[in-house]
Ligand binder design. Structure first.
Ligand code: AHR
Length: 320
């Protein structure tokens, strides 16, 4: 029995060493969207950290929000002969051609945090949350919060054409569909940024009786919510009270706002997409194990009842 245990232990160790050795030899290109939000910056930090810890040589390309830059970066990774490519796709469409080229070159592509409209044989796996579900969780929270009260909602959408903007809108609308008292009265893109979130919220406030006709703000990410909170305060209203605020990401600043009573709820999106992505790539490279086409991350709801300052501190230690 002891001999058997030793042999099993040795085999496991050898497997681990092989995987680690292969990882150490891996060169991975990462085409990142940009740095539009606190969440995005944390994802970049964690991807670099994860690569370093695993001995992966990471080639990083910041696309400055432009799909054409992402396509160029992917072509350059292919030309350099990288072992794999991570792609956080800025928009959902227009990837088929360049992903065909990666497939032709036998370079596996892993999608990070956003989905695309393309045949699924063009990528190895996608590490994302259920983006429709996130919108659903936010909408459900609002429906529970307002009960039968009349509630006019303004919506700050993410980047036009991106999968989170499309799906978070869809999920929220599904959640409020059976609640005739809840209505989206204005909806516009704030491009996932704080500056745009503030700017667009200012126009919503002006158009809706200085904000008096708005019951809630639904923002597709926390950064836009933080910008909008500023606009609400400047309009002389109390965010979190006069206008309820629900958003998505769970970045530290939204917990600070919650602790101040200025935001009400957020749905968490982990910025550590690279961990599961590298795990899948390491196994694939070691023995050809095909990961599932979708590696789903969790979507947890946080409210003011969840000790926001404690979560703020925890988040601050996480790469934000
Ligand atoms: O794709 C994920 C989204 O992109 C995040 O929710 C947002 O903050 C980011 O820019």
């Amino acid at each position: 029995m002891r001999i058997l245990k030793t042999l099993v232990g040795a085999a496991a160790l050898a497997g681990l060493m092989t995987t680690t050795a292969l990882a150490a030899d891996m060169t991975v290109g990462f085409s990142q969207i940009g740095s539009e939000s606190g969440w995005r910056a944390a994802e970049t930090t964690l991807t670099k950290q994860q690569a370093e810890e695993r001995g992966i040589d990471l080639k990083f390309a910041d696309a400055q929000q432009k799909q054409e830059n992402q396509i160029k970066a992917i072509r350059s990774f292919i030309a350099q002969g990288v072992d794999a490519i991570l792609l956080a796709p800025v928009v959902a469409t227009g990837w088929d051609q360049v992903l065909e080229e990666a497939k032709e070159a036998e370079i596996p592509v892993v999608l990070l945090d956003r989905t695309i409209d393309a045949p699924d044989d063009l990528y190895l796996t996608a590490v994302t949350s259920d983006l429709v579900h996130e919108g659903n969780v936010a909408g459900q929270w609002l429906a529970d919060k307002v009960g039968d009260e009349q509630c006019n909602v303004v919506e700050l959408q993410g980047t036009t054409g991106s999968s989170p903007a499309i799906d978070r809108k869809k999920g929220f609308e599904q959640a409020i569909a059976d609640h005739d008292n809840i209505k989206i009265v204005r909806s516009q893109t704030g491009d996932f940024t704080r500056t745009k979130g503030k700017e667009v919220m200012e126009s919503f406030l002006k158009a809706e009786n200085g904000g008096k006709d708005i019951c809630a703000l639904y923002a597709h990410n926390d950064d836009m919510a933080v910008g909008a909170i500023q606009a609400i305060k400047e309009a002389g209203l109390k965010p979190g009270e006069d206008i309820l605020v629900v958003s998505i990401d769970a970045v530290p600043d939204i917990f600070q706002a919650m602790a101040n009573g200025e935001a009400n709820a957020t749905v968490e999106l982990t910025p550590n997409m690279a961990g599961p992505a590298f795990d899948a790539l390491e196994k694939y490279k070691a023995d050809g194990t095909e990961p599932p086409k979708w590696i789903q991350t969790e979507s947890k709801l946080y409210t003011q009842a969840d000790d926001p300052m404690k979560v703020y501190e925890e988040k601050k230690n996480l790469g934000y």
